[in-house]
Design a binder for this molecule. Structure first.
Ligand SMILES: Cc1ncc(COP(=O)(O)O)c(C=O)c1O
Length: 292
């Protein structure tokens, strides 16, 4: 964030933080969501702080708070005395109103956020310490001046370090499937760099009009969404998997089972690779994300 904030300062830009996966995380002693001009958090069903659905908007600025309130409800102005909508939209807004029940649930959950984050961190640290001993497994890294709250615990695989001559993507799929057969819930979320998604490749936009891209293209600004420009993102997509189960109330017994599965699979990688094409698609909803 420091380099981002420095660029923003230099060019007089505002910084909006997407902290949707990091409730309670810290950067150099400061909570995420308080680093930029505006912070946002998701409260969806499986986030560290859950309200069912909805989100949070954080800012230190009265001006941005007022703008946020407008955007939240159709851009409708609010009467200063009665605080009621006056049904006069002054800016483009949306229907982003949260409901009282999810808000009440969130406030209740907030009381437990720190203790539940501590469970995630303890489980993650234990896995990281043990998994780093297995050649070819790359656990997540958290810089010493930061606090990671492990919304997801992602590991990467390096076939070369594991002593195997295999394509990294195929290796990851083989290991995922083998871990699944050991009873583990693993799999991917994001499978490609964002610009590789169909929307950006087709630039169809609203109603097939190519809006909003046409606005800038008419000014001579062109977008290059060639995924080959993002080799690092592609490499990360090819080689990572999510290890589920580090959340509370899970603890050492489950972490030890996860480690036993890793040891078994990495103890016989030839077997895992021989089954890389098996028609199994495990995961929370019966799919092994990213395997297809
Ligand atoms: C990084 C990130 N940003 C934004 C969002 C969107 O949050 P929501 O689904 O609550 O709108 C998510 C949700 O998963 C997210 O992970």
């Amino acid at each position: 964030m420091d380099p981002i904030l420095a660029i923003a300062k230099k060019h007089n830009l505002k910084v909006l933080e997407d902290a949707c996966q990091s409730h309670g995380a810290m950067y150099k002693g400061r909570k995420v969501g308080s680093l930029g001009d505006i912070g946002t958090f998701s409260l969806n069903n499986f986030k560290n702080l859950c309200g069912g659905e909805g989100g949070l908007f954080t800012t230190d600025s009265e001006e941005y708070l007022d703008k946020g309130v407008l955007v939240r409800c159709f851009g409708d102005e609010v009467d200063e005395v009665s605080k009621r909508r006056v049904y006069n939209a002054s800016i483009l807004g949306y229907m982003y109103r949260n409901q009282e029940l999810p808000a009440a649930l969130t406030r209740g959950q907030l009381l437990h956020l720190d203790e539940r984050n501590d469970v995630r961190i303890a489980n993650a640290n234990y896995l990281t310490e043990e998994l780093s001993k297995i050649p070819g497994v790359i656990p997540p890294y958290c810089p010493p001046d930061c606090k990671h709250v492990y919304f997801m615990y992602n590991v990467r695989f390096d076939p070369k370090a594991a002593g195997v001559d295999a394509d990294p993507r195929r290796f990851r799929i083989a290991v995922e499937k083998a871990l699944y057969k050991e009873g583990m819930l693993v799999g991917q979320w994001q499978t490609m760099p964002v610009p590789a998604q169909d929307l950006f490749q087709s630039k169809l936009g609203y109603g097939g009009s190519s809006y909003p891209w046409v606005v800038n293209e008419a000014k001579g600004i062109h977008y290059n969404y060639d995924p080959n420009q993002f080799p690092v993102a592609q490499m990360l997509c090819d080689t990572y998997t999510v290890v589920h189960g580090i959340h509370a109330p899970n603890g050492r017994p489950l972490m030890d089972k996860i480690l036993a599965a890793f040891h078994k699979v990495f103890g016989n990688l030839d077997e895992a690779l021989a089954h890389a094409d098996d028609a199994i698609y495990p995961g929370a909803d019966g799919k092994l994300y990213g395997a297809a």
